[in-house]
Ligand binder design. Structure first.
Ligand code: HEC
Length: 282
């Protein structure tokens, strides 16, 4: 019955089908999610598809397996990565699978102080902030989905409008490449498991004796969860994906960091005003 519905063409039913199927057969639900995600052209549509699967324990791993078996064109893989970052999916195996489909085989850089100093020197001597803005706006990185500059962008991560004034170049590099090392205050992600076995991931906005208020990482909506239905919750680090910049060329990385390091609270506002004129690379 579910398989029949899944074979139908009613897009609106898809999230409900995945939800029901995931209760019975997680792998089948993941296969359908992967297939639909591959053909989904709309970010919001993709996010709605992901939510029911990822709320299941083991859902992210099942999806990584299903995506690993999927044949993607470059376009499809890039759209898929866009959806995953938009939904703040930090599961490293998911990012690696999609990266591989995009031909990005570079492993995330290992933490190394000499490497950071060398890059910082390059950023200062050769970085080009104008090019860096284009990199920042690229769909594949999706920075503005989570960050605001000059009032434009999402709210899952901190406002970056003055990041260049607040953080030295070395720290910007660290934050960008190893987000898990230092979590900015107020942005610690938590994983909440409710008594029905569902997982909710997001940033804790508030807590009192009876409920927890979470900014949901996937939907970006604020969600109130009664403490009576919470089984457990754990701190889960940063919602910023680790392997995000793994596919960037050295020049793109250098220019992106130069752009960030020049954000002093003023450039951001100028850009927001000129926003429409800036052409983003796909
Ligand atoms: C899925 C959401 C998400 C995406 C996409 C994302 N970030 Fe983040 N970012 C966060 C969160 C959450 C934090 C705060 C937690 C932490 O310290 O890691 C953060 C922290 C940062 C910081 C440190 C800010 C500070 O004041 O300490 C910088 C810089 C940053 N991000 C830059 C970027 C850039 C550049 C991109 C695109 C390449 C990007 N981020 C993509 C969520 C995201």
């Amino acid at each position: 019955m579910l398989e029949e519905l899944a074979a139908g063409d009613q897009r609106g039913l898809r999230p409900a089908i995945i939800q029901a199927m995931a209760e019975i057969d997680l792998a089948a639900a993941a296969d359908h999610t992967a297939a639909w995600l591959r053909s989904s052209t709309d970010q919001q549509d993709g996010i709605l598809l992901l939510a029911p699967l990822l709320m299941h324990q083991g859902g992210a791993v099942a999806l990584a397996e299903a995506l690993g078996k999927t044949e993607f064109s470059k376009d499809e893989a890039s759209r898929c990565r866009h959806v995953l970052t938009a939904a703040a999916i930090t599961n490293p195996s998911l990012m690696l699978v999609v990266n591989r489909a995009l031909g990005i085989t570079a492993q995330p850089q290992e933490y190394d102080l000499d490497w950071i100093h060398a890059l910082a020197t390059e950023v200062n001597s050769q970085g080009n902030a104008e090019r860096g803005l284009v990199v920042y706006k690229s769909k594949i990185l999706n920075c503005s989905n989570c960050h605001k500059v000059g009032g434009v962008g999402g709210e899952i991560g901190p406002d970056l409008s003055s990041v260049g004034r607040v953080l030295p170049v070395d720290r910007v590099i660290e934050e960008l490449l190893w987000p898990m090392r230092q979590i900015k205050e107020g942005f610690m992600a938590i994983h909440v498991i409710t008594t029905d076995g569902k997982i909710h991931q997001g940033i804790k906005l508030n807590e009192n004796a009876t409920e927890l208020v979470l900014r949901d990482a996937i939907s970006h909506q604020d969600r109130r969860i009664a403490k009576s239905v919470i089984d457990e919750w754990v701190e889960a680090g940063s919602l910023m994906p680790t392997a995000l910049t793994a596919g960037l060329s050295r020049t793109d990385l250098r220019d992106l960091i130069r752009y960030l390091s020049e954000l002093d609270g003023y450039t951001g506002q100028r850009e927001a005003r000129n926003g429409e004129e800036i052409k983003a690379i796909p």
